[in-house]
Write a protein that binds this ligand. Structure first.
Ligand SMILES: N[C@@H](CCC(=O)N[C@@H](CS)C(=O)NCC(=O)O)C(=O)O
Length: 222
């Protein structure tokens, strides 16, 4: 049987990890169709269990390769499109560190500010202290990276949209949805990422999703 090429993702409105996988696959120009599954959240989406080895999305099948975990998908895509990592060794080391830190960390931000593309600049009633502290860390990381490596363009490492930007893209979206105040450098970076054509395309496709896919647990975050 021929290999089935596909990128399995979850509800675009909420699935931050899917956004990362999708951006990497599209930046690398892989010719794979999206298969979108409506998420029920908290590991309840049984359809994914039958498809993906870690029972989560994103999950990529491409020319016989089976790849799960968003960072592994980013690495796979960079084998095909090397510009997904900076070409300079020092910049590449920093980009890999940022991408790994995002993949493994910033849990307080991820928990307190779930991605919701339908929410526009509406702050949380109370921002938890640990989330605020992580926001400040992220702002410092973005600003320092822009200052050290970003001179050639608007992204973390300049003109190229790299895997480091991809890993932070859902955070950019969250900061916008929850009206998070940032330093001027971090704010300019946020604007650049939101303006990326693929981010606009994801937002457009998210807006087409059925209302029935919306989940109270995310819509009711105050
Ligand atoms: N570490 C994983 C995390 C993936 C993840 O948490 N995916 C969520 C959607 S954003 C999921 O599949 N949840 C299953 C569910 O909601 O039922 C990665 O980097 O890909």
């Amino acid at each position: 049987m021929p290999a089935l090429d596909r990128l399995v993702i979850g509800t675009r409105r909420y699935s931050s990890w899917s956004l990362r996988g999708w951006l990497a696959v599209r930046c690398a120009g892989l010719d794979v169709p999206d298969e979108v599954i409506a998420l029920r959240g908290a590991g309840q989406t049984s359809e994914i269990h039958a498809i993906s080895p870690n029972a989560m999305v994103p999950y990529l099948e491409h020319q016989g390769a089976k790849v799960w975990e968003s960072l592994a998908i980013c690495e796979y895509c960079a084998e095909i499109a090397p510009s997904l990592w900076p070409s300079d060794r020092l910049a590449r080391a920093a980009a890999r560190s940022l991408a790994s830190e995002m993949h493994a960390g910033f849990r307080a931000v991820r928990q307190a500010l779930p991605m919701n593309l339908g929410r526009q600049a509406r702050p949380l009633t109370v921002m938890p202290a640990d989330a605020q502290s992580e926001i400040e860390t992220i702002d410092r990381l973005w600003s320092a990276t822009r200052a050290e490596f970003g001179a050639s363009g608007s992204y973390l490492f300049g003109a190229d949209f790299t895997n480091a930007d991809i890993m932070f893209a859902p955070v950019v979206s969250r900061f916008t949805s929850y009206g998070v105040a940032l330093s001027s450098v971090a704010d300019a970076y946020r604007t650049a990422v939101l303006d990326h054509p693929l981010m606009r395309e994801w937002q457009r496709l998210a807006a087409l999703e059925p209302v029935e896919w919306q989940l109270e647990r995310y819509e009711s975050v105050t």
